[in-house]
Design a protein around this ligand. Structure first.
Ligand SMILES: CCCCC/C=C\CCCC/C=C/C(=O)SCCNC(=O)CCNC(=O)[C@H](O)C(C)(C)COP(=O)(O)OP(=O)(O)OC[C@H]1O[C@@H](n2cnc3c(N)ncnc32)[C@H](O)[C@@H]1OP(=O)(O)O
Length: 302
């Protein structure tokens, strides 16, 4: 499997991605609901459903994990689905959205870093880096159709797209709230934030752990459009058409020119970034606060 980073990255899950997917439907195609014609074959896995439309060259990718928390399996399946579409010259764009009610993506799956050994945390973080690198540098147009809450790691996924459309629901807040959990956004995530909303707004939002409701997210430039919930998908499709109206080679080279330096910074320090992450999250104090946060989330449900 070609990796965004070259040769250094080899987490077990990605070297043996199919092992994680035993018993799932990844790689199988089936007719899309209401479809049946050419380009109406969908494929997917347990956690990622892909609805490709060959005629338009656009695929809709739907996340369908519980709360779409970014488990190692979800990260792996996302990378595989993305790679499959990247390698199929039929496709020029992906609309990324959620199949879970009210949640676009709950961010890092905290159970992957809470009570786990350092080796697991390292494997998990490398998978997170890999997904970000692949999305951020994708040659395809990526539009995020954000139809639910989008905190922390969810915001990372959205920020790595080219364009963001958010449903106008005050509960669907978006932002990097890491500091409120007692953790810190890594430099490459900070850089992505700065690239999107500027230095001063990022400085404020990162320190305060701000989660922006839709109108504020639009105002600060974190999303490009806020629309009624039932128009998120159609607006994402209109945005996609606008981006696809540009010749691919010119758009792709421009995207690369804008993003390469940010991605290269991580590529140069990937191992050190992994070590920082592991030593930070494995501290007793951080483990305790993650545990308490998870407990609070579980109790809130009841
Ligand atoms: C220099 C050193 C550098 C060190 C670097 C250190 C750290 C790097 C940080 C990297 C950046 C990314 C960080 C993150 O992403 S941290 C995760 C942040 N996410 C959140 O704070 C979101 C938490 N969840 C919620 O607020 C809500 O669940 C919701 C997403 C708004 C959805 O609400 P609702 O529909 O009401 O669902 P529930 O709250 O009832 O949740 C349903 C079940 O899902 C579980 N859950 C939710 N979020 C997570 C999660 N992130 N991880 C694991 N599990 C999660 C929740 O406990 C419920 O589980 P249950 O059904 O088993 O009870």
């Amino acid at each position: 499997m070609a990796l965004a980073s070259g040769v250094r990255f080899a987490p077990r899950a990605l070297l043996r991605p199919w092992a994680l997917l035993r018993g799932t439907t990844l790689g199988r195609t089936e007719p899309a609901a209401g479809g049946g014609g050419d380009g109406a074959r969908r494929f997917g896995s347990q956690r990622v459903l892909v609805e490709p439309d060959a005629a338009s060259g656009v695929a809709v990718m739907k996340l369908r994990n519980p709360s779409n928390a970014l488990s190692l399996e979800l990260l792996t399946e996302l990378v595989i689905s993305l790679e499959k579409l990247e390698n199929d010259k039929t496709f020029r764009g992906i609309i990324l959205t959620s199949d879970c009610p009210r949640v676009f993506c709950a961010g890092l799956d905290l159970t992957e870093i809470c009570g786990r050994n350092p080796a697991h945390c390292a494997e998990y973080w490398k998978a997170m880096q890999e997904l970000w690198l692949r999305m951020y540098l994708s040659s395809l147009v990526l539009v995020a159709a954000i139809n639910g809450a989008c905190p922390a790691g969810g915001c990372i996924i959205a920020l790595s797209c080219d364009c963001r459309v958010l449903a106008d629901n005050p509960k669907y807040r978006i932002g990097l709230n890491e500091t409120l959990l007692g953790i810190i956004a890594p430099f490459w995530l900070k850089d992505t934030y700065v690239n999107t909303i500027g230095h001063r707004a990022s400085e404020q939002a990162l320190q305060l752990g701000s989660l922006f409701p839709p109108a504020e997210a639009l105002q600060v430039g974190l999303v490009d459009q806020v629309v009624p919930e039932d128009q998120v998908q159609s607006t994402a499709l209109s945005e996609m058409a606008r981006w696809l109206a540009v010749p691919d080679h010119a758009r792709q080279l421009t995207k690369n020119m804008m993003r390469k330096a940010t991605a290269d910074r991580l590529l140069r320090q990937r191992d050190a970034d992994t070590q920082n992450f592991v030593s930070f999250v494995c501290r007793d104090s951080i483990q305790k606060s993650l545990q308490a946060y998870l407990e609070k989330l579980r109790q809130r449900k009841g």
